[in-house]
Design a protein around this ligand. Structure first.
Ligand code: IVH
Length: 668
């Protein structure tokens, strides 16, 4: 291959892997199995080592991903949260042992072997025995603070009541969801025709990052602890001793672990563990082999990404050959068209498989998947089976390439694919598979905030055909509501009143409620603040929009597309005739804009107002709230127990204000 071609190939693969990293870590919606991911990553590692002239520190082969999201405080881990090196064969395990023997200058090493839990990494900080913080891995250095989202795990002690507990200890572990809880939630969703979650790992990751705690309360998470992050005293000599201490403190730790005197013995144990994998409460995708002696762990140290004293052995994904009968299109709740292959049924990894996801248009093209093809499918853990490759040698000559439909198969609307996006979407607000979720979004707290119109009520209204889009809400009458379960005269009147009041809401709420792709809460507020009226927004062209603060090209295109749809225009026209009236106000509270252009970062717990209220006040006054601090931050608002952001602010010389000063600033 020419040098220039290698460089291009490496760049392309890096971009692709970075995309999969974001899908997995940030939004918990991976498109490929872990095995497929490991395969393409290994291809890149091989290329990079073959052509070291293209090595780059920023390559995803040197990163461990980043799970941080907007809306959470960040916390600097006292010790980095690293990743584990993966292996799929015994040869690599032998290599692991040889490296350690050489490094430590000893032949006999003792290992602990335990299940690798397929969940989401978490770090718990206990200070003076009290659980003060739960933090996600983030980028390994800083993570998101999710303490509140752990409240539902009632068996996790919030206090370690034991004299042996050190002053400060950071304990690492995994948040997971049991198979039974996962199945319960999906069963409920099936009843109401909602999209099903793909696997327990993704649902656990989504739940731990849930901002609306009412949702996470109904989803039961679990936790298992297996690692020592930081300990203020040298309390433990062996890894297994740490597990026993955890048990003594009533902490949930690995339910089973094994000791081995050599890697040969470890391999034997891993086989035993693989046979037991279905008996654990959590999904296990492999085994972890760790050095037992903590001083040896310390001595062997770590590479930039993972410790040298531990390694993950991943169980092989099970594969089978089958044939694609047909390619069907599923329309997700936000209008994304997902191609699904209908397969000749085949038994694989404990269940009969008759469907496999094909992800998107490009994936079909890349693998050249056609109807009638013989294919190899793979299933790892609970993930929806995927097509690994097409057996082109078995293809009949006349099979034509698959043409991805450009019209929505459900409502016939022309679909849209924005440049730079993998997904094709149906933009029709009344497209049947999208109706429920679009209305739920519209009525939710961060949009129109219509109290009493939650998922269950929307579901009944749609099932009874009383509403098909959010404009229909404003036509509902008392009798319609009285026909629903659990609705009496008073509750019906209250809901009608709440719907009526929503007509006078702030413009940003309405814009957010429209569910325009790429237009989240912040962009909705930016649009409302800059344009002031709905009509100006509808009339704005792409160039006008791109000139606005905070609005980029993709957003501008998406807004433009949305308002150019005839069916969307019709719904908006109806809403206006029903008396929707935002006036010129972006807020019903404060429109002084004294803080226009000023950026704020919040840290610690606020006492006089909630975090949400503080954000609202800042934004109403024209300011912006950012999650991380930089030299461009104007103010840092500090509450109680402020964390690392405050230290950073001191270093950067950012203006630090407390709650009293904050209120004064707003008054002025
Ligand atoms: S020990 C340096 N033990 O797997 C990290 N990790 O793929 C030491 N994991 O980031 C971690 N089960 O989130 C360890 N029994 C176990 C584990 C485990 C799952 C996760 C952990 C890690 C990831 C790497």
């Amino acid at each position: 291959m020419k040098h220039i071609d290698v460089e291009k190939l490496i760049a392309k693969q890096r971009k692709e892997i970075a995309r999969h990293d974001t899908l997995y870590h940030k939004i918990a919606r991976p498109e490929i199995t872990d095995h497929e991911y490991d395969r393409i990553k290994r291809e890149l590692v091989d290329l990079e080592s073959q052509y070291p002239e293209f090595l780059d520190k920023g390559s995803p082969t040197n990163q461990i991903g980043d799970d941080r999201n907007e809306g959470f405080d960040t916390y600097l881990h006292r010790r980095p949260m690293m990743s584990l090196d993966n292996t799929y064969n015994e040869e690599d395990l032998n290599g692991f042992e040889k490296r350690l023997q050489k490094l430590l200058g000893v032949n006999e090493l003792i290992y602990v072997i335990e299940p690798k839990i397929d969940g989401v990494a978490i770090s718990l900080t206990y200070e003076k025995g009290d659980l003060v913080r739960a933090v996600t891995r983030g980028d390994g250095i800083k993570g998101d603070v999710v303490t509140k989202n752990l409240k539902g795990i009632d068996y996790l002690p919030t206090h370690i009541n034991d004299e042996s507990c050190p002053e400060v200890i950071e304990i690492r572990g995994e948040i997971y969801m049991t198979h039974s809880e996962f199945n319960r939630i999906n069963k409920e969703r099936k009843k109401t025709s909602l999209d099903l979650y793909a696997n327990p790992r993704n649902l656990a990751a989504g739940t731990i990052k849930q901002i609306d705690l009412n949702i996470s309360d109904n989803r039961k998470l679990d936790i298992v602890l297996y690692g020592l992050g930081y300990c203020s005293s040298a309390l433990f000599t062996y890894q297994h001793e740490f597990y026993e201490a955890l048990k003594g403190w009533n902490m949930p730790t690995v339910e089973k672990y094994w000791m081995a005197n050599s890697i040969i013995e470890a391999c034997y144990i891993i086989k035993k563990l693989e046979n037991l994998r279905d008996t654990f409460a959590y999904s296990t995708d492999g085994a972890v082999v760790k050095l037992d002696a903590i001083d040896q762990q310390r001595e062997s140290g770590a590479t930039s990404k993972s410790p040298r004293w531990a390694i993950a052995y991943k169980f092989a994904a099970e594969q089978a050959e089958t044939k694609i009968q047909k390619i069907n299109m599923q329309i997700g709740r936000t209008g994304t068209l997902t191609p699904v292959a209908e397969l000749d049924s085949v038994f694989l990894a404990g269940s009969t498989i008759s469907h496999a996801t094909l992800h998107n248009e490009d994936e079909i093209k890349r693998k050249d998947i056609r109807e009638g093809d013989s294919v190899i499918i793979e299933k790892a853990g609970d993930i929806i089976p995927a097509i690994v490759r097409v057996l082109t040698e078995k293809r009949k000559n006349e099979t034509p390439p698959y043409i991805f439909p450009h019209k929505c198969p459900s409502c016939g609307t022309q679909t849209i694919r924005l440049s730079g996006e993998a997904a094709r979407r149906c933009p029709n607000l009344s497209c049947p598979p999208q109706i429920r979720s679009r209305i739920e979004h519209y009525t939710s707290r961060q949009c129109m905030n219509i109290e009493g119109l939650g998922e269950a009520v929307v579901d009944q209204l749609v099932s009874k055909n009383l509403i098909n889009n959010f404009a229909d809400l404003y036509k509902l009458n008392i009798n319609d509501l009285l026909s629903l379960n659990n609705f009496a005269q008073k509750s019906s009147e209250n809901l009608i009143q709440a719907i009526e009041s929503s007509k006078k809401c702030e413009l940003w709420r309405f814009i957010h409620g429209l569910g325009i792709h790429h237009i989240g809460l912040t962009a909705s507020k930016d649009l409302a603040r800059s344009l002031q009226t709905l009509q100006t927004l509808i009339d704005a062209n792409e160039d006008d929009l791109m000139e606005l603060d905070g609005i980029g090209e993709i957003m501008a295109k998406s807004v433009n597309n949305f308002f150019s749809q005839y069916s969307n225009k019709k719904i908006i026209a109806r809403l206006i005739t029903y008396g929707m009236n935002f006036g010129n106000a972006t807020s019903t509270q404060d429109t002084s804009y004294d803080l226009k252009g000023k950026s704020f970062v919040l840290t610690g717990t606020l006492i006089s107002l909630t975090r949400e209220a503080a954000i609202q006040l800042i934004e109403n006054a024209g300011g912006r709230v950012k999650t991380s601090i930089s030299k461009n931050t104007d103010f840092i608002l500090v509450g109680e127990s402020a964390g690392s952001k405050l230290t950073h602010a001191h270093k950067l010389g950012t203006k630090i204000i407390d709650e009293k000063e904050f209120h004064e600033l707003l008054k002025n």
